[in-house]
Design a protein around this ligand. Structure first.
Ligand SMILES: Nc1ncnc2c1ncn2[C@@H]1O[C@H](COP(=O)(O)OP(=O)(O)OP(=O)(O)O)[C@@H](O)[C@H]1O
Length: 580
């Protein structure tokens, strides 16, 4: 119920409109209630009493009621559609904003399918509830109260009889709700799996095709899809038992009224008009009760969705700017890692890291896959916080820095470059949408991307990415470099930035990077020992979360440790790859 209260807050802006909608719904119910009453008069006072001259008068009233009900229905539907859309828009916006600010740790836990479902499926279920389910429940309650009061005023015995099956109807609905709840949860979970499967498959379609894995993918999709279908059938099974029972109980109500009411009418204790009105009232509240299965579905769905949506909205954002955060301005680029330990879940991946990088220095970090190199950068940019120890930029703990100002001072170029479906200019200016044309061109020129961009049909306005033209690996990497430079950051991180490129393109990009890193504190994370590494001020070699070797290239070569072995091995590999 707490969630319901919170949901109602999203209707605050439309309070008046919702009130009008409810009044219209109420007026509609009054119209429906009046129809059996008028019908009773037509039967008793016109047909039975043979006052046919009154028929015209009652017919007009009846037509007026039916027309009014239709008009009221139209406005009521419009109002609830409008208000529910507005509330969901607000909720969706909040949800999306929350996700934008969530820390990496959150995305490590949540599947893409689940996140997509929060934004699309769950909000749609809530909207359906706001638009229909919510009003319908209010309508059913009011209809029941009104119909019962009218019936009580007409005949006490028949009124009680019409309630004879109510306890059974109630327990039927309750047991349906109880059985459906876990099934709905399972349906949701398998739907999330389905969405994740499709998303993963489409994103990795190149790998699927390259390995000729279509058949296997088809099978594994079939499994997930089958699970989803079975759960839906399970829910339908539950409903199919309860639905006929509900219909039977409703029908039984009418039969009881007809038999007992008929007997009373024959005995002259009840007019035929009153009997007709009774049957109509019983049908009036039986109809929504018959629809109660759908309503239970809708409520269950909406409540499961509400729980999940508010779970996201309430989830704690672990990484955020502190109060009175420091704005990093005109930094020198001095970086210190002081006795840093870090773990993902329970596994320590960084153990006692101490590094001091002077402003403008170039530092290379090498090590085997999984040794913790990228984790260092994740901590520097505060994608995660260290478990213990500190990271300082210009002697300020990064935890005390305003997040956006921290990240604007660190340009990160990664191995995998994401190109958005947008123009080249927008892709370069991604971190600074208000960047001027000269700034974009300056960054592109520094990244030596200007030449190929100017050769494109529409230059900087060419649309690239999924909906636009494709770019080569080298071109993408140059866009990534330009994008990282747009804020002219004092600190630059190259995280395996060239490892996915062929030797020739790598050499070209390395040349560009040599220019780009001038005057910036640079951290190069790499597997390959390139010219940039050899010329670095200091090289750190990591193993299992620790720095096991450090020094310049010459020092480490003299040391003849792991760096030396790696260098020799790579030299040999490169020599072997050259044509004889
Ligand atoms: N999001 C995560 N959740 C749990 N464990 C993680 C996560 N990211 C990395 N790890 C683990 O942390 C360890 C260090 O990973 P990290 O990416 O820092 O290594 P790396 O040296 O950069 O590796 P590579 O060279 O392959 O990129 C690895 O054992 C990895 O499996």
């Amino acid at each position: 119920m707490d969630y319901l209260k919170r949901l109602m807050k999203y209707l605050d802006d439309c309070k008046l409109l919702v009130a009008v909608g409810l009044i219209l719904a109420l007026a509609g119910i009054f119209c429906s209630m009046a129809v059996p009453k008028v019908s009773k008069h037509i039967i008793d006072d016109v047909l039975v009493a043979r006052h046919f001259e009154k028929l015209y008068h009652f017919a007009i009233i009846l037509a007026g009621l039916v027309l009014s009900k239709a008009i009221l229905n139209y406005f009521q539907s419009y109002i609830f559609e409008y208000t529910s859309q507005k509330a969901i828009y607000k909720l969706r916006e909040q949800l999306y904003t929350k996700l934008q600010y969530q820390s990496f740790e959150y995305f490590d836990r949540a599947s893409t399918g689940a996140i997509m479902n929060r934004i699309v499926g769950d909000l749609e279920a809530i909207r359906n509830f706001l638009n229909q389910g919510f009003v319908q429940v209010i309508s059913i309650v009011i209809t029941l109260i009104l119909a019962l009061s009218i019936m009580l005023s007409m005949n006490l015995l028949l009124s009680f009889l019409s309630l004879a099956t109510t306890p059974l109807i109630y327990s039927n609905v309750k047991s349906l709700a109880k059985k459906l709840q876990p099934t709905f949860r399972e349906i949701r979970t398998s739907f999330e799996k389905l969405t994740s499967k499709v998303q993963e498959n489409i994103t990795g379609i190149r790998v699927v095709k390259a390995f000729g894995n279509e058949e296997l993918e088809k099978k594994s999709f079939g499994k997930v899809a089958f699970e989803f279908t079975s759960k839906n059938i399970q829910a339908a099974d539950i409903r199919s038992v309860h639905n006929p029972l509900a219909n039977f109980l409703n029908g039984l109500n009418s039969v009881i009224i007809l038999v007992v009411g008929g007997y009373l009418a024959i005995k002259g204790k009840l007019s035929i008009g009153t009997l007709f009105a009774f049957v109509s009232y019983v049908n009036l509240f039986s109809a929504p009760i018959g629809n109660i299965q759908n309503l239970v579905n809708q409520w269950q769905n909406a409540f499961a969705s509400l729980e999940k949506v508010f779970e996201v909205l309430d989830s704690e954002v672990l990484i955020h700017s502190p109060k009175n955060a420091i704005h990093l301005k005109n930094i020198k680029g001095d970086i210190k890692f002081e006795n840093v330990y870090f773990k993902y879940k329970d596994k320590f991946v960084l153990k006692g890291i101490n590094i001091h990088i002077q402003p403008g220095e170039v530092v290379a970090i090498l090590g085997q896959a999984g040794s913790g190199k990228s984790s260092l950068i994740n901590l520097l940019a505060r994608f995660y916080d260290p478990t213990s120890g500190r990271i300082l930029i210009d002697d300020v703990d990064v935890k005390n820095v305003k997040l956006c100002s921290l990240r604007r001072n660190i340009g990160i170029i990664m191995q995998e470059t994401f190109i958005f479906s947008d123009t080249i200019a927008a892709n370069i200016a991604f971190g600074k949408p208000d960047a001027k044309e000269e700034e974009i061109k300056w960054a592109a020129k520094l990244a030596r991307a200007d030449e190929f961009i100017e050769r494109l049909p529409e230059g900087y306005s060419t649309v690239v990415g999924e909906r636009g033209i494709g770019l080569s690996g080298g071109q993408k990497q140059r866009i990534a470099i330009a994008r990282a430079l747009i804020y002219n950051p004092k600190i630059l991180v190259l995280d395996d930035a060239t490892s996915s490129l062929d030797f020739e393109t790598e050499a070209e990009i390395q040349n560009t990077l040599k220019e780009v890193i001038k005057g910036r504190t640079t951290i190069i994370i790499t597997h390959r020992i390139s010219q940039l590494v050899v010329e670095a001020n200091k090289i750190y070699y990591m193993q299992d979360g620790r720095i096991v070797e450090q020094g310049t290239h010459e020092e480490l070569m003299r040391f003849k440790g792991r760096y030396y072995t790696t260098f020799k091995k790579q030299l040999l590999e490169r020599a072997n790859s050259l044509p004889a």
